[in-house]
Design a protein around this ligand. Structure first.
Ligand SMILES: [Zn+2]
Length: 572
């Protein structure tokens, strides 16, 4: 049977471990100097050699004729410990044996002397998966271990390991393996396995595996199965749903030239070809990094600061992109927002002749990354103490920019609409509406598996209904990425409310954080006896018969506000 390359090239002695030189040297020295601790904790990302090092250490510490701390591979002890069924090297996967019973069972066996070797070594992988009671049971053993026992705990997530455990272990941090080390190791594997592979493919594998040797060898294995002849970069890109550097270069140019529709088209094109959009963004970030380095060293790249901004944005949002259930839409909105911001800044720079406008620039520049805060920044901009003329100038510019924004997905536009709606919703919100709508929402559960609208129904049900007025309904979500996704669909979600519940309300989709801010503002307004004034929202592309009528401006209920908005007042 075919043995996967990863298993075949698993290190079997300290000398074969790649990229963890300091740890290896320390462990070898501890064996040489007879200073072996009774408990170790190996911390590090996946595929960096924690388990392999643990196994080798378990053998080396038992070797009868160690070579400068490494195994000899010839003595009886090495022979015993090489066998899978060696009774004295016990591997436990905490992910599947995480209960207190397993650890109690272990404690009972710990007391027994080793059957074949000098030390009994327990390797507990993914130790953070143990339950609290299992940790407590383990702690007792770690406190007073028998002389002949060594524990090696390994984890990718040290945050979840109790401090009491960590403090009783000698800790080693396994770092991500450097790309160069991975490339060299893969070249060696290629040579031995007679795999014909272009050098830049190996570099790409190293970047993609993010410092994990196991992943990189598995990737090479996959590639060699995919292609019989010489493996070229195109094969690597196809197999991983990635694109060429030329594609990335084109993509970057489209962004820098603010060609909105072509950006969307390119993403759509990648998506329809089954490319992996998230991986492409990681690739794009790496590409930007190279461009920046090139730019700083050789001074050959124009738009350096813009590249820097784009790289920062992508870097900041990468976690959200990976987490998003629809990364393509998230990326689209993020990039449109970026393009739009670039337009604003270039316009501001051209026309910023007065110091007051300069102040405004700072305001906008400071806020330019935070898409959620965008409409806020405009609001702040309006509050800058400018004279009447400059304020109207700013407003004029703002409307020109908004008009320029060709896509209905324009995030700033949606944000503006949501802000206006939020304002209007506060005018005639009532607790009775809230109760009524929460009840009505239950009926949506019947449609969660509907092929056409199921995803919209789920999006509605996932939100928290915060406030309801005659014509508006506020739904909030914990994560910004979810808000962004739902903002794209908010009109379809309104249609679902209309079709299935007969509701003719306009939706306001915001984050939990933003809701808290609005709720607090509302309470402040009430305290100061300030009234919300109705604001007209911009025309929408589609209208599903939702009432456009003005909210009831009669705001007599202010006195009983705390009873109406109990949940708001409690929050503050
Ligand atoms: Zn030996």
């Amino acid at each position: 049977m075919y043995q996967t390359l990863y298993r075949k090239y698993r290190p079997r002695s300290f000398s074969e471990i790649v990229g963890q030189d300091i740890i290896v040297r320390t462990l070898k020295n501890s064996i040489l100097n007879c200073k072996v601790a009774h408990a170790y904790l190996f911390i590090g990302p996946r595929g960096t050699g924690k388990t392999s090092t643990a196994k080798i250490f378990a053998r080396a510490v038992n070797c009868l004729d160690n070579h400068e701390g490494d195994i000899c591979a010839n003595c009886i002890a090495c022979d015993f410990s090489m066998h899978k069924d060696c009774l004295d090297i016990i591997e436990i996967d905490a992910a599947s044996n995480n209960g207190v019973d397993e650890i109690r069972n272990l404690r009972e066996k710990v007391a027994l002397v080793p059957s074949e070797l000098k030390y009994k070594v327990y390797i507990i992988d993914e130790v953070h998966m143990l339950t609290i009671s299992a940790f407590n049971a383990l702690l007792k053993t770690l406190e007073e271990p028998p002389e002949h026992v060594i524990f090696i705990l390994a984890t990718t997530d040290p945050q979840k390991v109790p401090e009491t455990i960590i403090s009783r272990c000698q800790c080693f941090n396994f770092s991500r393996i450097a790309d160069l080390n991975i490339v060299n190791y893969l070249s060696m594997v290629c040579q031995k396995e007679k795999i014909d592979c272009e050098a830049d493919v190996l570099e790409h594998i190293a970047v993609m595996s993010d410092g994990g040797m196991r992943d990189s060898i598995s990737m090479l294995d996959k590639l060699s199965s995919y292609k019989n002849g010489k493996i070229v970069l195109e094969d690597f890109l196809t197999l991983n749903g990635l694109v060429t550097t030329k594609d990335l270069d084109n993509f970057l140019n489209l962004i820098l030239e603010s060609k909105v529709s072509l950006i969307i088209e390119m993403l759509e094109n990648w998506n329809s070809k089954g490319k992996n959009i998230v991986q492409i963004m990681i690739q794009f970030l790496d590409f930007l990094k190279s461009e920046l380095i090139e730019g700083y060293i050789n001074n050959t790249v124009t738009n350096l600061s813009l590249l820097q901004e784009l790289a920062n944005l992508l870097n900041e949002k990468m976690f959200d992109i990976k987490k998003s259930s629809n990364p393509k839409i998230y990326i689209e909105i993020m990039l449109l927002n970026f393009v739009n911001q670039c337009k604003i800044i270039s316009r501001e720079i051209i026309s910023s002749k007065t110091s007051k406008i300069d102040e405004l620039n700072c305001d906008i520049i400071q806020n330019k990354h935070d898409s959620q805060e965008k409409s806020e920044s405009f609001k702040n901009a309006d509050h800058v103490s400018c004279d009447e003329n400059s304020i109207s100038e700013v407003k004029e510019k703002k409307s020109v920019i908004m008009e320029n924004c060709s896509s209905k997905f324009s995030h700033s536009n949606i944000n503006d609409i949501m802000e206006i709606r939020m304002n209007n919703a506060f005018i005639s919100a009532k607790k009775e509406f809230l109760k009524e709508d929460k009840l009505k929402f239950n009926q949506l559960n019947d449609y969660t598996f509907d092929q056409n609208i199921g995803y919209l129904v789920c999006a509605l049900l996932d939100g928290k209904i915060r406030l309801s007025s005659e014509n508006y309904l506020v739904v909030s979500y914990e994560y910004d990425s979810v808000v962004l996704e739902n903002l794209v669909n908010f009109q379809n979600m309104e249609k679902v409310l209309f079709d299935k519940l007969g509701m003719t309300k306009k939706l306001i989709i915001i984050s939990d954080d933003k809701w808290s801010v609005y709720a607090k503002q509302y309470v402040d307004h009430l305290k100061n006896n300030e009234q919300y004034e109705y604001r007209k929202e911009p025309e929408l592309m589609f209208d599903y018969g939702v009432s456009q009528g003005e909210e009831n401006l009669n705001n007599e209920n202010n006195d009983s506000v705390s009873s109406i908005f109990g949940d708001i007042v409690e929050m503050c």
